[in-house]
Write a protein that binds this ligand. Sequence first.
Ligand SMILES: [Zn+2]
Length: 177
Amino acid sequence: MQLDEFEEWRAPPTSPYVPGSMKLLVPRDALHATFQLLTVAGPLESCVFWYGRRDGLNGTVTAVRAPAQHSTRFNYHVDEAARSRMAATIPDDLRPLAQIHSHPGHMVEHSRYDDAMVSSRRVLSLVFPHYGRVTSAWPLGIGVHEWQRDYWHLLAPDIAVRRVELTSGQVSVGDLR
Ligand SMILES: [Zn+2]
């Protein structure tokens, strides 16, 4: 069976997202590497994980990884073994900070499938449109989701740009596919 993650849409949130002061700092090199890793998959959904340091409420991305995964046009899947192999390439002092995956078109809201696939409710979940072929300026067109009050909220662009801030810094990149 060819699974299609868009067969069933999820219900809207019952309470609005409340912006806080937390920031995820993302070096431009990490963003660039993420685009490259997503587009290498061609016209297939794929996923990438960001790891880094947590400092109080804030996080700084220092590592980008594409795990071994199963990709189709409308779905992606990473099994536990692949997750473990990916985690083994990450230094012990780093934490998962975000999970990223691509969608076929411009729709970047979570599907029900996406709600279920995020590995942790402490990370952000970002959806990149057009299988990672993004041409507009960050973060336009990208869906930034955060878990709050029992819901993966899709952040409005003006809130997303403050929640996920581009910066400079060193990044390690790995492709385990
Ligand atoms: Zn999705």
